[in-house]
Ligand binder design. Structure first.
Ligand SMILES: [Zn+2]
Length: 249
């Protein structure tokens, strides 16, 4: 008991000392010592999780299943998981409302106002990564699988997309990454690393059934969470202070 108090006293002394010399962070939650990945020691990493559509804009519809609800469930799950990892998360929406003002009544104008407000939020956060979540639709009913879209080849968004695809594969989910040929607002106007994930096709009956299932939604969320973490860790290890970061729990 005495030696434990001594150790605890030493720890109290070491926290400010070591933190000052390279960003080492200590916390004593369990008796087990765990060396965690670099990212978990950095409080300042911020991720914006954007659930597509909302409010009067349902996105794609398949029977009772609305894209906006699928997107929101996955986004809330991702946010919860990332927060548990110690990452700061900004959700563009956390309920069934879009971000347009009530006076933006005309559908087209409202949609634009909604997107502009999402962009304003993203800019104000200066996040390390942005993940926008949507569901896909195709006239070809056999089309299925997730598609992770990024804006420019060779830029950070592509690295984030690659990490996301690998993570989806590990969960057994068919996924590809692709440069967006469409002029998607969020990708086009975001300067920070950003991907738009089409998590699956509502036009495919099997996949639509899965997308409406809470278990599958959490599986997708878990893959997205680890894709983001891997991307941030890789980015962190390239930074000059990254290699000194460590968490002891
Ligand atoms: Zn959508």
């Amino acid at each position: 008991m005495k030696s434990f108090s001594k150790l605890f006293g030493l720890k109290k002394f070491l926290i400010p000392l070591v933190s000052a010399f390279g960003g080492l962070t200590f916390g004593l939650h369990t008796t087990q010592v765990v060396l965690a990945a670099p990212i978990e020691s950095r409080q300042k990493q911020i991720v914006v999780v954007d659930a597509g559509h909302g409010g009067p804009d349902p996105g794609a519809i398949r029977g009772q299943l609305l894209e906006k609800d699928v997107n929101l469930n996955i986004a809330l799950n991702v946010a919860h998981m990332l927060r548990k990892d110690g990452i700061q998360v900004c959700l563009t929406r956390s309920d069934d409302n879009d971000l347009a003002n009530s006076y933006d009544e005309k559908r087209r104008r409202r949609h634009r106002a909604d997107l502009q407000e999402r962009m304003r939020l993203i800019r104000s956060e200066s996040p390390d990564a942005v993940v926008s979540i949507h569901c896909n639709w195709s006239r070809n009913s056999s089309a299925h699988g997730a598609i992770v879209l990024f804006r420019h080849k060779g830029m950070e968004g592509e690295h984030l997309a690659e990490d996301m695809v690998e993570s989806l594969h590990r969960e057994g989910i068919k996924a590809d990454s692709s440069r967006s040929s469409r002029s998607l607002y969020v990708l086009k106007h975001t300067k920070v690393p950003c991907v738009l994930i089409e998590v699956g096709f509502l036009s495919n009956s099997t996949e639509a059934k899965a997308l409406g299932d809470h278990g599958y939604q959490s599986k997708l969320a878990s893959a997205i969470e680890s894709g983001v973490k891997e991307y941030l860790n890789a980015k962190d290890s390239k930074s000059p202070i990254g290699k000194f970061n460590m968490v002891v729990e």
